[in-house]
Design a binder for this molecule. Structure first.
Ligand code: ARG
Ligand code: ZN
Length: 883
């Protein structure tokens, strides 16, 4: 299997913008160049003779001219690193084909033909983890986006739908379990080998193909659908992991039920399989009837998984299951339409998790992710619309923008339509496009028609990148409150001028005295500026705006600190309360970092924040999960986002200072809270989860204000922990401190969980993301640890993603952090290009960082750009970051 991918003809469906391909300049694929494929492939038959080092693949495709496309005398079958060992047309061997780059091009005279091709591949040398690869002695596949072409020659594009029949055979002792999409139709034995035949009745694009062969065991269960169809469910894992699959199975059943109730979607096969694999580039994959998952999103029990891990398993299981309709029954015409399935499916999994747990807490978490991952993307060199216009490597567009902003855009439609009308829109969408490869435009039109909305101007959200900023001003004249709104959409690469977009803002006007308002209103700002007048206010009301985060924008509001304190204490929208608290802290920190506050002002500002937080600690009307959210400090990344040029060192220092101030001023109530939370016995219900969240939160504040006390408390929490949340929380705090307990507990943790890869990942990640001043040295040493390997993406991410997201390490003034990430990218690129390219964006933020560090960041990008051989993935990200 090739390592550095050849840059030629990455995609047959779109004409190349530039035919002259430099080794360093892979072609740009453009959305506007889309053309339907001239051929249909009604039937695909595949035969696999499985072996870890050598797998033979025989394909038989029936092809017929596509009346809806321009006729072509040739058919292009995409390949990536493949050599055909035999090619037949209509049963006759032929040499009448050419290789165009890695693609195989055949001339076909008639209306319909049968093409049969044989290839041989080596799964064990496939370190890219795309196509068919070996993991832990088993074989599995990942085909989205363009992995199928690493298995066999095929029109590897999502608008070619085919019915797949697959026969797989292999050594019975090595691969006792043989799985594929659809239903198993036959099986048999032949000496030491055995075989199975699978048929998937639903036509699908090649990116949804999957195959798994290995020594696996299943937790089995069943689900009866709303129309009485009995579905067999299996969660397949390695022997020994079975006890950790209960939560995944329960999450799956809840997902199936929820999709029936919330979206009217019923499952459509008799079997649903989930397989957990430990080497996986992403979270999971929605292959039809055979979802393949990163173990991280399947395995969970209280001893080894945190509350956050439990929630993530539920969310990802839901996400992949929901794709069965939003992705599989209706797929994408081309990968520019990725948000059609991803944005919508993220929204669906968010709504599912909201319904399973705490709605406001889930909303706050989702907004936090958006701000942490998507806002920086939207304000940097890699900014792109949720429906991109061009790419060189599509893997680079599985982004927070396509996924999370994509979800926000659809959520806005839901907010404007109302839940019921929105459901009419999605019903119409599923009805109208079932069985098709659709576009974002198809989705928007369905919502328009079904929900009765006019989304003409709203479509700008699909084509314009950048996070809009809304400036808000409220004045009071006589009995009237006057609201002035103004929007700007910042320029982004390739899009210097923007048009105003419709921005739905939920708002309420509070009467200070009664702490109440007369009803939430929805205002859609669809012009550059607008004025709204509200009658009947004898006194100036307090404005609560963008409630529930109704639009993915930044709000720049002229508001007094007292009003923010009021909202933080009294707003009946939990998100708005959280937002007011965040705003209080962000304003203070931005001013402090900017050198705008005297010593005395800093202390006074901090004290008033602590006071507002004190009210939250004491509020009997909120649950502890929500209290934990209200107590959390804005991330360093989010603070940096609010500044023209960020100085990571200063931001860190001011943030720690505020944390210490809050910790000491509220020391007594925080410890009372801790003692109360300590009394709550372990369970997975909201109350107990809330208690655990508070305990670690208190430790974190104490670590800043009274490190010795914090270390003592954390060591105690670690020792008596009967679950991973408490244990990891305690260790996280200890890892950031000096002292023997740090060393002791890290060692204990390692010894306790040695051999459990997911927990050892946590051990790496905790150290790489710690606040310890020597974190750079620690990470260097960990890279040489015998358990560290570049071959496993989870392990790579646990050390280096954690590090790249840790300003204390990554932004070390010496530039060492940048160099470590630069070295990593260069070393990882030939092994796993997709994962390597994911480390470029942190360096790409250089324009927003103070000049000395910026130069050091840029230096690394330039060094990478000069490398002799670079994958398409990394090349694209680096060149965009330097442009
Ligand atoms: N469709 C998968 C999901 O559920 C992710 C596939 C990612 N593919 C890639 N080439 N990065 O979100
Ligand atoms: Zn997805």
């Amino acid at each position: 299997m090739d390592i550095a991918r050849t840059p030629s003809s990455p995609d047959g469906n779109i004409e190349m913008a530039d035919a002259a391909v430099e080794p360093h300049d892979p072609p740009e694929i453009r959305r506007e160049d889309y053309r339907p494929f001239p051929w249909m492939v009604p039937e695909t038959r595949l035969e696999f003779d499985l072996g870890l080092e050598s797998t033979r693949v025989r394909s038989r495709l029936t092809v017929a001219r596509n009346a809806k496309a321009d006729a072509s005398p040739t058919i292009r079958l995409n390949g990536d690193g493949l050599v055909p060992t035999s090619v037949k047309v209509d049963g006759e061997p032929t040499r009448a084909y050419t290789m165009d780059g890695d693609d195989l091009v055949l001339t076909l005279p008639g209306e319909a033909h049968e093409i049969a091709i044989e290839t041989e591949i080596d799964p064990s040398s496939n370190t890219q983890l795309m196509g068919l690869y070996a993991s832990n002695g088993m074989l599995c596949t990942q085909c989205e986006s363009e992995g199928f072409r690493r298995i066999t020659f095929f029109p590897d594009r999502p608008d070619v739908l085919s019915t797949f029949t697959v026969r797989m055979s292999g050594a019975r002792d090595q691969f006792p379990i043989l799985l594929c999409n659809g239903n198993r139709t036959d099986e048999g034995e032949d000496g030491d080998t055995h075989w199975a035949e699978w048929h998937d009745p639903w036509p699908k694009p090649s990116y949804l193909f999957a195959l798994v062969a290995g020594d696996l065991v299943a937790r089995s269960d069943s689900f009866t659908t709303m129309n009485g169809r009995e579905v067999e469910l299996n969660v397949w894992v390695r022997d020994g992991d079975l006890p950790r699959t209960e939560h995944a199975m329960e999450s799956l059943k809840r997902s199936m039920k929820w999709d029936e109730e919330a979206f009217g979607r019923e499952y459509d096969l008799d079997l649903f399989n989930i397989v957990a694999v430990s080497d996986f580039n992403m979270g999971a994959m929605e292959n039809k009837g055979l979802n393949v998952f990163n173990t991280k999103y399947v395995l969970a029990d209280p001893e080894t998984a945190t509350d956050g891990d439990f929630d993530a398993v539920e969310g990802v299981i839901g996400h992949e299951y929901f794709h069965n309709w939003s992705g599989n029954r209706i797929t994408c015409r081309d990968f520019f339409q990725l948000s059609l399935k991803e944005g919508f499916t993220v929204l669906r999994d968010q709504l599912f998790s909201q319904d399973m747990g705490s709605e406001p807490v889930k909303r706050i978490e989702d907004v936090r992710i958006l701000r942490l991952a998507q806002f920086p993307e939207d304000s940097g060199p890699l900014a792109h619309p949720i429906r991109p216009d061009s790419y060189r490597e599509i893997s680079n567009f599985y982004t927070a923008t396509v996924y999370n902003k994509g979800a926000e855009v659809i959520r806005m439609m839901r907010t404007m339509a109302g839940e019921e009308a929105f459901r009419k829109g999605t019903d119409l969408y599923f009805d109208r496009h079932d069985g098709e490869a659709a576009t974002c435009e198809d989705f928007v039109r369905s919502i328009e028609d079904g929900a009765g909305l006019d989304l003409e101007q709203f479509r700008l959200w699909y084509s314009q990148a950048g996070t809009p900023k809304v400036s808000v001003e409220l004045t009071h004249e006589g009995e009237e409150a006057v609201l002035k709104l103004r929007q700007t959409v910042p320029p982004t690469p390739g899009q210097p001028d923007k048009k105003p977009m419709p921005i739905p803002l939920k708002l309420a006007l509070f009467d200070q005295q009664s702490a109440s308002h007369s009803g939430e209103k929805l205002v859609v700002l669809d012009t550059e500026s607008a004025e709204h007048r509200f009658d009947g206010f004898a006194n100036k009301p307090v404005l609560s705006i963008n409630r529930g985060f109704s639009a993915p924008v930044t709000i720049d509001r002229a508001i007094d600190r007292e009003d923010l304190v009021f909202l933080a204490a009294s707003d009946n929208d939990p998100f708005a309360r959280y937002e007011a608290m965040q705003d209080l802290m962000v304003r203070h920190l931005v001013a402090a970092v900017g050198g705008k506050l005297s010593e005395e002002e800093r202390n006074r500002g901090g004290a008033s924040i602590a006071e507002a937080m004190g009210a939250i600690l004491a509020d009997p009307d909120i649950d502890d999960l929500m209290r934990g959210e209200l107590m959390s400090m804005p991330s360093q990344t989010y603070i940096a986002e609010q500044m023209e040029l960020a100085d990571p060192g200063l931001i860190h220092a001011e943030r720690e200072r505020l944390k210490a101030l809050i910790g000491s001023q509220l020391s007594e109530p925080l410890h009372r809270l801790y003692e109360r939370a300590e009394q709550v016995p372990f369970s997975l219900d909201a109350e107990a989860k809330g208690a655990r969240k508070l305990k670690t939160m208190v430790l974190a504040y104490a670590a800043a204000s009274d490190p010795e006390k914090a270390a003592e408390l954390a060591a105690h929490q670690y020792d008596r922990a009967d679950n991973m949340t408490d244990r990891q929380g305690a260790l996280m705090v200890l890892t950031g401190l000096e002292g023997v307990e740090r060393t002791n507990k890290l060692l204990d943790f390692y010894n306790r969980y040695e051999g459990n890869a997911l927990v050892i990942d946590k051990w790496f990640a905790l150290q790489a993301s710690s606040l310890h001043p020597k974190v750079v040295e620690h990470v260097k040493a960990l890279a040489d640890h015998p358990d560290f390997t570049l071959r496993n993406p989870n392990r790579v991410r646990s050390l280096y993603m954690a590090f790249a997201g840790n300003p204390q390490g990554f932004h070390a003034a010496s530039g060492e952090g940048y160099k470590m990430i630069g070295d990593l990218i260069l070393e990882l690129d030939p092994i796993n290009a997709q994962t390597a390219a994911r480390f470029v964006p942190p360096l790409g933020r250089w324009r927003k960082v103070e000049s000395q560090r910026a130069a050091l960041m840029r230096e690394q990008l330039e060094r990478i750009a000069k490398a002799e051989k670079l994958s398409r993935d990394t090349y694209e990200q680096v060149s965009r970051s330097l442009a």
